[in-house]
Write a protein that binds this ligand. Structure first.
Ligand SMILES: NC(=O)c1ccc[n+]([C@@H]2O[C@H](COP(=O)([O-])OP(=O)(O)OC[C@H]3O[C@@H](n4cnc5c(N)ncnc54)[C@H](OP(=O)(O)O)[C@@H]3O)[C@@H](O)[C@H]2O)c1
Length: 246
């Protein structure tokens, strides 16, 4: 019997971590469904992926439409075994303007949950699957400079934990990926960066985590140390880092 190829969808595949992960999945024999708003980048990416791939313009900021489009993409791909929920923005909304806060919540929270919901229904129906969410080390504590971003990532991690408990004992796996700093458009040009991974390096580590079906992983692995520290710091010490920024 010929074993059918594994099929993965990457939401937010047009650049950065999602693009690198889509390539890594393709190199590892996955047929891939690529989604994002910038379809010209998805078309370019498609040419660099050796395995069959399908693209769909999806704006997760329009959750209802995005859900229908994801269902279409799954049909085009002929099924789905793995989904990577990677789309995310950080508006660096230091002035806390509502437009920026709303956009972050819309994309990182509503958009994420809408895509997760389609995946949940699909995997429950076939009684197998793997949901991978790209959260962040930012999920661990609030941020005075971009509260909506950190809060949105706390939602992502918490939601994924809920799904993991819900599917415990089933053949459906849930992985929470918490990158530290990865060299992508999202962080480029910011001062004081350290332990910055390349998108390709991050993607390779994420792929290993996916293969092992881990529950939670920091990318790169050494960010686990900082995660421990961030959680342990008392408020007065944690807030010192913001004193000169606001
Ligand atoms: N870089 C880091 O240091 C870092 C650290 C921790 C966590 N993360 C997380 O990693 C994920 C990927 O970010 P990145 O660093 O790779 O940055 P990036 O290069 O800016 O990638 C963001 C991806 O999200 C997609 N996206 C944004 N808004 C979207 C929307 N409305 N609908 C559909 N897709 C949308 C983008 O596609 P389009 O613009 O084409 O739609 C793009 O593919 C994010 O969730 C981010 O929060 C990054």
């Amino acid at each position: 019997m010929v074993e059918s190829k594994k099929k993965a969808v990457v939401i937010g595949a047009s650049s950065g971590i999602g693009e690198a992960l889509a390539k890594a999945l393709g190199r590892n024999g996955y047929e891939v469904g690529l989604a994002a708003r910038r379809v010209e980048l998805l078309r370019k990416l498609q040419k660099e992926i050796p395995s069959p791939s399908f693209i769909k313009r999806i704006d997760v900021g329009q959750p209802k439409e995005a859900m229908a489009l994801l269902q279409e993409l799954i049909r085009d791909l002929g099924g789905m075994d793995l989904i990577v929920l990677n789309s995310g923005i950080n508006t660096r909304n230091v002035n806390l303007d509502w437009e920026g806060e709303n956009e972050t919540i819309n994309v990182n929270v509503s958009g994420f949950a809408a895509m997760a919901n389609v995946a949940v229904k699909h995997f429950l129906a076939q009684n197998s699957g793997h949901i991978v969410g790209i959260s962040s080390i930012a999920a661990l504590r609030g941020s005075a400079t971009c509260p909506s971003y950190n809060a949105s990532k706390a939602f992502v991690s918490n939601y994924l934990e809920g799904l993991r408990h819900r599917f415990s004992g089933k053949n459906i796996y849930v992985t929470d990926i918490r990158p530290g700093l990865v060299d992508t458009a999202m962080i480029r040009g910011q001062p004081g960066l350290f332990w910055v991974a390349t998108a390709q390096g991050a993607a390779e580590q994420i792929l290993q985590v996916i293969k092992k079906k881990k529950k939670v992983a920091y990318i790169t692995a050494r960010w686990r140390i900082l995660a421990w520290l961030i959680k342990a710091l008392p408020d007065w010490l944690y807030t010192l880092r913001y004193k000169r920024k606001i």
